[in-house]
Design a protein around this ligand. Sequence first.
Ligand code: NAG
Ligand code: NAG
Ligand code: NAG
Ligand code: NAG
Ligand code: NAG
Ligand code: NAG
Length: 128
Amino acid sequence: MAAIVFLALIMSFSATSAVTNISTDEHALLSLKTPITNWSSSVTHVCNWTGVICNRHGRVAALNLSNMGLLGTIPQSMGNLSFLVSLDLSKNNFSGSIPKEMAHLRRIKEINLNFNDFSGELPTIIDA
Ligand SMILES: *[C@@H]1O[C@H](CO)[C@@H](O)[C@H](O)[C@H]1NC(C)=O
Ligand SMILES: *[C@@H]1O[C@H](CO)[C@@H](O)[C@H](O)[C@H]1NC(C)=O
Ligand SMILES: *[C@@H]1O[C@H](CO)[C@@H](O)[C@H](O)[C@H]1NC(C)=O
Ligand SMILES: *[C@@H]1O[C@H](CO)[C@@H](O)[C@H](O)[C@H]1NC(C)=O
Ligand SMILES: *[C@@H]1O[C@H](CO)[C@@H](O)[C@H](O)[C@H]1NC(C)=O
Ligand SMILES: *[C@@H]1O[C@H](CO)[C@@H](O)[C@H](O)[C@H]1NC(C)=O
């Protein structure tokens, strides 16, 4: 009995942290304000969204929105995608500056922002 209660406690605890982390990733992606229709938690799980690849823990590991005709600026909250390894936003019409919060992406290995209208400097994202 005690073991079952303990197991239930662990399970609810890990479920809670998973939800927190997934919604962190989800908020970060939604802050990009893309018009991609299935970028909505009411449609499907964030790991199923167009251009999104998750790791086995359900965290966003790769984002590829290359050549999707996207406009707007990159929000600071993109720096919250702490498990992001690969980011490809090339061939869009993103503008403005790259937020310095992107430097928080310490797992990032590959980043492609070519063919946009960015201004300013790229923060030191890759320090490896
Ligand atoms: C969830 O996020 C918290 C804080 O943001 C972190 O400490 C924790 O390790 C994360 N959990 C997983 C399973 O990634
Ligand atoms: C992801 O998409 C597949 C195929 O469209 C679907 O079968 C699955 O239920 C979806 N998963 C989640 C968690 O939404
Ligand atoms: C999301 O929409 C794209 C087209 O915009 C489609 O190719 C893709 O299969 C859709 N994915 C899901 C999980 O519905
Ligand atoms: C992103 O997708 C485009 C088009 O599908 C592809 O050419 C490109 O290699 C992809 N980028 C990455 C980093 O995988
Ligand atoms: C995401 O990042 C923003 C700006 O850097 C921050 O203010 C916010 O607290 C973060 N949100 C989450 C859910 O982690
Ligand atoms: C996107 O940028 C290209 C090249 O800078 C420009 O020709 C095109 O008109 C822009 N498209 C939109 C929708 O702003």
